[in-house]
Design a protein. Sequence first.
Length: 147
Amino acid sequence: MIIMTVGQRIKAIRKERKLTQVQLAEKANLSRSYLADIERDRYNPSLSTLEAVAGALGIQVSAIVGEETLIKEEQAEYNSKEEKDIAKRMEEIRKDLEKSDGLSFSGEPMSQEAVESLMEAMEHIVRQTQRINKKYTPKKYRKDDQE
């Protein structure tokens, strides 16, 4: 299965519909350069932008961004060693949070649900940071077996 980013999907659907970037941008009330940046994954479009693009293409937003695809994309991005590293970091963060007495937000003690939400956000940050670092590490310094 080929995993496509939001920008790649928009571009593929636009080409299926035989539209140019200029035509789609006009229909979606966007600038051509912004649409081009979205297609190149330089920007993450807002929900309202996605709705405008989907409307201009005559499709649902879910055809551009599907939960199932996002999960598969995230899982495919990391090998087992990286997943273990992420799990280890998350465990360290959790232990640090549990050691803190009186963990609070805006002066109010945090509920277990709020702590879990914080942990999910922290995991997202760790994954994004790892992805960005991996993207910009020169090949000769990468620890990957793949080249």
